[in-house]
Design a protein around this ligand. Sequence first.
Ligand code: IPM
Ligand code: MG
Length: 352
Amino acid sequence: MKIAVLPGDGIGPEVTAEAVAVLEALALPGLTLFTGDVGGAAYHRHGHPLPEETLAMAREADAILFGAVGDPTCDALERHLRPEQAILGLRKHLGLFANLRPAKVFAGLEHLSPLRADIAAGLDMLIVRELTGDVYFGAKGQRTTDAGEREGWDAMSYSESEVRRIAHVAFRAAAAAGLPLTSVDKANVLETSQLWRDVVLEVAADYPQVALDHMYVDNAAMQTVSHPERFGVLLTGNLFGDILSDLASAAVGSIGLLPSASLGERQTGHGTFGLYEPIHGSAPDIAGQGKANPMATILSAAMMLRHSFGLEDQAARIEGAVARALADGILGGDLGGSHGTAAIGAGVRERL
Ligand code: IPM
Ligand code: MG
């Protein structure tokens, strides 16, 4: 089990250190960890946010544990040198098109949600976000119009094969869990979304056991905070998935709790090659202060054991330990508590 650990910027190194400590506490035989530079940290050291050697290490690995990228000192750089290009580049180069973002309110922790407890209790959904297409990776630029005005533009597109493969991921997840599937788009305005909807309907024919509905993204945002119980699996494109997953995480109570898995097609010995990262960013305002909540990264490590290494029991062990730590009041500042990064990590390890 070769794991490339890419801590990145801001709170990335602090939270990945705790996740690595949890993995080490499990004493899994055959675990080998490598560490590489990404993001602003890599730019400052190597002049590029995704250096060749980091990409080579990532390709060699069976799974990647990723912290966060984003560094305000890099804001003025040209776009291709900005820290975010590290994660976008890894996703694209490694073909990690399927992003799984589970968002659920832990039982008994409804009070941590900014939503009314009776509403929050219904939040337990899996967001399946397409990750290597859409307006994120289309042509883009700035130009001057005939009227002499500056204009920014970004092309949004999805090919049918891109939609089909992510739709299969979502249908398979829904079928396996016996959950309904909601495909989220903006087909009332966007052609990209119309094609998305048509292809999702075609794929649906292979999964008669899955209840499918379609929802416009604005409505989906509203339902996420008013009727979250109506969602089981939510399938959507790259941009809408980015926004809805932050919304869902805030509804859970903190962005510091939500893990993610980004999977491609390559199989490892016991699962699928993937990149695992918290959905939060680098939080430069609290970086280096030992305040960040490492739970999202720890839960990402659990997803790694499940999806890349087939270690369902160990994954569940980690998830159980996090749930018990939360129930026991081991809460970071993001949840109104006073536990720091190290104390939260230790609290989880004690409960493994
Ligand atoms: C995420 C992040 C990234 C994204 C950024 C860092 C490029 O917000 O993983 O959700 O937009 O995909
Ligand atoms: Mg995001």
